[in-house]
Design a binder for this molecule. Sequence first.
Ligand SMILES: NC(=O)c1ccc[n+]([C@@H]2O[C@H](COP(=O)([O-])OP(=O)(O)OC[C@H]3O[C@@H](n4cnc5c(N)ncnc54)[C@H](OP(=O)(O)O)[C@@H]3O)[C@@H](O)[C@H]2O)c1
Length: 413
Amino acid sequence: MTTRTYDIVIWGATGFTGRLVMAYMAKTYGVDGEIKWAVAGRNAAKLAEVKRQVLGADAENLPEVIADSNDEASLRALVSQTKVVCTTVGPYALYGSTLVALCAELGTHYCDLTGEVQWMRQMIEAHQVAAEASGARIVHTCGFDSIPSDLGTYFVQREMHKAHGVYAPRVKYRVVGSSGGVSGGTVASMMNMMEEASVNPEILDIIADPYALNPLNMPRGEDGADQTTVEYDKDFRQWTGPFVMAGINTRVVRRSHALLGYPWGSHFRYDEAILTGDGPSGFAKAVLVAGGTGLMSKVTGIKALRKLLARVVPAPGEGPSVTAMENGFFEIELRASNPEDPKKDLIAVVTGDRDPGYGSTCKMIAESAVCLAVDDLESAGGFLTPASAMGDLLISRLAEKAGLGFTLKAAEE
Ligand SMILES: NC(=O)c1ccc[n+]([C@@H]2O[C@H](COP(=O)([O-])OP(=O)(O)OC[C@H]3O[C@@H](n4cnc5c(N)ncnc54)[C@H](OP(=O)(O)O)[C@@H]3O)[C@@H](O)[C@H]2O)c1
């Protein structure tokens, strides 16, 4: 990589999530510390004002870059002066494609928060060869989707191998609890995905494909469709409902497995669901979760209802309150089955000390950017996943700095 002015540029710093990333970077690494970073936005006056609101007197020490997704020259200038672009400009399918192309071309590492599976598929097909050639590590899904899933699976498999010398043929991700909210940018990204699908129904096939993100012409696996109804989980002894992020996270974990060279075996299986408790109340909660998820996918699938929904959900730039983020949390369990003895099953617990979507996500993407910029990574260039790009090093960073926990607890027999 040629010499670059910055280690990291955060593009989208005026948005709801981008502001949080800026605040976290300033608090954790300082504005004039060892890591050279800058913020970027499309509107100079707004960027200056947001910097001032977030950083106060420190604002003048933090450099800024102006770049608009509609102005390729401005993006090229941004990409060529930094080692890593960390972007919160979404919907990514609307604003992110030229940026990814330029990072792949110019050997600039990249991380984002997209959950738009159809767009990631498109980007991989278009730019994988260029990224491999330039050495750019392009890493999508560096937030709540899909770091707890991807690094949680990587972690529990690592621990299984350490403890028992084998890998689990099956890992189940279960949401134990979480509290948080949603932002306008996330809603806009979901709506845009459904909008695109209404024009191009092939997108629905991509979204439904359990191996949508696997490298082409490489083995897939035995997983089927994501859970859509109520199921009883005998291992956890609880009822479960569908988890809304499973359609993204499961694809990322399966891509990681392929990119890591299928260490967990050709029969490896992975799925996600929400635990709702046992007995009649657990069942009733699971019914509500399944009903709510089904209803939401119906509503967002119909144009007129999407328009109605847009009136009541947060607008771009808006999101959960500071209190909701600070009081938020998440707790996930990933149960890895031991292939030889169920008594040796392991459960990894992945936790976050803020709400999943913003308070914790801003820390996850910021640490991903720092890891890509300064850590001694072994991965080659290409479209990677958090686990295949940064694995152990990112787990350590998140545990040490970002309030995430990766621990083990005994599996009940
Ligand atoms: N995976 C996760 O866990 C997770 C969590 C949080 C967010 N997200 C994703 O992150 C993205 C951002 O969400 P958000 O709520 O922060 O959105 P937001 O508040 O609407 O912010 C969007 C940002 O994009 C910028 N932007 C819009 N159009 C642009 C253009 N043409 N050129 C350059 N910049 C442009 C906006 O700039 P202006 O301020 O100038 O309008 C703003 O900085 C969404 O795609 C969301 O789904 C994912």
